[in-house]
Design a protein around this ligand. Structure first.
Ligand code: ADP
Ligand code: MG
Length: 692
């Protein structure tokens, strides 16, 4: 395969635009893409026609406005290019069809912002994210808004948040005498996933309906041997990854790194970072393609945050940074950060934003799936904190505690291998346990779940940091002695928000009580985390930065709670069905065989021991009965749901989930003593080692 040739071959990228558009049209479109200047509508029909010709040459017959409703998934409705011409057809894409679409919005979640009688929704072309051809259709990335102007998707607020941070960062830079056309945030999302054989998948109703296993006893071999992480790729996995890379490259996605993850059957893919909205689109497409490519290989790709108990779940590390179009990375500390006024101010703003809006950051990654992960011992805890590493940690300590800062020089080449060429060792060590870690020239927000859209955390990050930037500008724009006042403002922020900094082990037992002492939030469930969005000060930041209206914040939080309630309901119903229809009869089947054996043994001779048979039979009989009672309780609690998202989500978190846990414990106990001939499902061992 010739990678440089296939890369981006399905994308209407800069090269295609340059080749296929008249020069003035190209320049005008480029200006919109690069600087966010409004689109000149007179060029739309020319762009549309060129795009259509290009797409048709790639075998496309249809086009679709591709959008991201509030579901974590993408949506599409395909229209063909055909236009009658006498008794024949021509292929056509008008400027208007490129720019706006009008899908019926009534069946997409809106959280009550839109009554069903006003079903109108509009999709509008987002020229900053490139169009592409996939399976015979031209995909046009769009934003999705309602007739009355409320946003109904994740893309519109993401773009607004990018505009907000662009505007505020430029104001801030101007105070330092730095001019630039555009400040953008960049994102590189590392995506974790599981691959299992489709045969075992097909035999698990829970995986099919809920994406995770609701039952499954602890397998004899889990991840304790630590042999899977970075381990040799099995041939089927290697073939899958190769096919995946090739497919992603055709769509212009910078798939870069691939490796086995910690848990058996778990893997990771990391792309090279790019502008945030493109990174979000690319990640949506990556998740979709991961699943499709898996099918071609007789595999199933699981993107759920916690498909299996006892082993690690999957996350998505959101690497985030802010840079100017002139190539300045605002999070690059340089050689001597302690003397870098701009960097220290930016750092203080980020730290302050994360501390003040910690509740929102936690809430924006909350979901039924991710609750199983945050707080378990492979993921960051549910408590938001910031890790700065040795160097920045020491600088901030010295400022806050009034100590002298003694720079620790990067030590050249002391990795202990004499043959190794001399190279400087990083000044920050890695910290795998922090939810928000500084990693050289970017922050890595690690709380995001594997299935979630990358849009949400970036909307929040961009907005809250823009807010702090704007406060800094307010505070410093009339400064008489800028240098002195900037230093003082930075110190004030660092002192005030010092509590959010935690440079140690976030999994350790001491952190929870320590965090509580510091007054940090620790919401372990979605039901407890999401209501942070209803607090006035948290609503205000979105309104102030022009990202959401108050109504939109509330609507989105309600949708998040609704999704949580619905997900758990589906899981509970699936569990009830599996327990009653599969587990109960299976255990009874084995019991009956066991009882038959006991009776037969006793009939032949008293010398035949039946003690152990009796013990197992009795245990199973008692447990199967207890399981049915636990299932009945679960069903009853599920049927008595209070009205309203908040009370219902509370009941799900604190009554239904514990009920489900109770059923699971009994079923998993029975699995360990029931004959495998009778057990109705593939076990964890069968699933996790299904790919040979
Ligand atoms: P690390 O090993 O510290 O995690 P990597 O270089 O492997 O760092 O990068 C991890 C991810 O972070 C990759 O997806 C990479 O593209 C992304 N990344 C690197 N620099 C930036 C940046 N300036 N902004 C956003 N993401 C970045
Ligand atoms: Mg990383």
């Amino acid at each position: 395969m010739n990678v440089t040739e296939i890369f981006g071959s399905n994308v209407f990228n800069d090269e295609a635009m340059k080749n296929l558009l008249p020069k003035e049209v190209y320049i005008s479109l480029r200006r919109t893409i690069d600087t966010g200047a409004p689109l000149d509508s007179s060029i739309a029909s020319v762009v549309a026609n060129a795009m259509k010709d290009w797409a048709v040459s790639k075998g496309a017959t249809h086009y679709t406005h591709w959008f991201q409703p509030l579901t974590n998934l993408t949506a599409e409705k395909h229209d063909s290019f055909i236009e009658p011409s006498g008794d024949k057809v021509i292929m056509q894409l008008t400027g208007k069809s490129l720019i706006v679409g009008e899908p019926d919005a009534s069946s997409f979640p809106s959280g009550g912002t839109r009554a069903t009688f006003s079903a109108r929704g509009y999709t509008a072309w987002d020229p900053t994210s490139p169009a592409f051809v996939k399976e015979g259709t031209l995909y046009i990335p769009t934003v999705f808004v309602s007739y009355t102007g409320e946003t109904l998707d994740k893309k519109a607020p993401l773009l607004k948040s990018m505009t907000a941070i662009d505007a505020q960062a430029k104001r801030l830079l101007r105070l330092f005498g730095i001019e630039c056309k555009k400040v953008s945030t960049t994102v590189g999302p590392e995506q974790e996933y599981f691959l299992i054989d489709e045969k075992v998948y097909e035999a698990r109703k829970d995986l099919i309906l809920t994406g995770r296993t609701l039952f499954g006893a602890r397998p004899p071999r889990g991840q304790e041997m630590e042999d899977h992480y970075f381990g040799t790729l099995k041939p089927r996995i290697a073939a899958y990854m190769r096919d995946l890379d090739e497919t992603l490259w055709k769509y212009g996605i910078f798939a870069k790194t691939k490796h086995n993850e910690v848990a058996p059957a778990q893997h990771e893919l990391a792309p090279i970072f790019t502008t945030t909205n493109v990174a979000v689109d690319d990640n949506q497409l990556t998740m979709e393609i991961m699943k499709k490519v898996a099918k071609r290989h007789g595999l199933v790709c699981l993107l759920h945050e916690k498909p299996f108990e006892y082993i690690n779940g999957s996350g998505k590390h959101n690497n985030w940074s802010v840079s100017t179009d002139t190539g300045l990375n605002l999070l690059d500390p340089g050689e001597t950060p302690e003397n870098n006024r701009l960097f220290m101010l930016i750092l203080a703003c980020v730290i302050a934003a994360v501390d003040r809006y910690q509740g929102v950051l936690r809430a924006c990654v909350a979901s039924a799936g991710n609750d199983h992960r945050l707080g378990a011992d492979e993921a960051p805890p549910a408590i938001v904190s910031v890790y700065l590493g040795d160097q920045l940690g020491a600088i901030v300590d010295s400022i806050v505690l009034g100590r002298e800062y003694v720079p620790k020089k990067a030590i050249p080449g002391s990795i202990g291998v004499p043959e190794s060429p001399i190279f400087p060792i990083d000044t920050t060590d890695r910290n795998r346990t922090s939810p928000f870690a500084f990693t050289g020239n970017k922050f890595e927000f690690r709380m995001l779940g594997s299935m979630a859209s990358v849009a949400d955390p970036n909307i929040v990050l961009n907005t809250i940091v823009a807010e702090l930037f704007s406060e800094a500008v307010e505070a410093l724009s009339r400064a008489k002695d800028f240098d002195k006042e900037c230093k003082a403002f930075t110190e004030k922020l660092l002192k005030k928000h010092y509590r959010i900094i935690f440079n140690y082990n976030g999994y350790g037992p001491d952190w929870e009580p320590e965090a509580e002492r510091r007054g940090l939030l620790n919401s372990k469930t979605t039901a407890d985390a999401v209501p942070e969005f209803f607090k006035q000060e948290n609503i205000d930041v979105f309104v102030h930065q022009g990202v959401y209206t108050e109504k939109e914040v509330i609507a989105r939080a309600n949708i998040q709670l609704e999704n949580y309630i619905k997900s758990i309901r589906i899981e509970a119903l699936t569990m009830i069905e599996m327990a009653r229809q599969d587990v109960y009869p299976a255990v009874n089947g084995y019991l009956s065989e066991l009882c038959g054996t006991i009776a037969a043994k006793q009939a032949i001779s008293e010398k035949f021991p039946v003690g152990e048979d009796m013990k197992v039979a009795e245990k199973l009989a008692v447990m199967n009965d207890a399981m049915m009672s636990a299932v009945a309780k679960l069903e009853k609690d599920l049927n008595e749901m209070p009205e309203g998202e908040r009370p219902a989500s509370q009941k799900m978190a604190h009554v239904v989930l514990p009920d489900m846990e109770q059923v699971r414990r009994i079923v998993d106990g029975m699995e360990t003593i029931c004959s495998s001939d009778y057990w109705p499902y593939p076990t964890y061992t069968d699933i996790l080692y299904s790919v040979k």
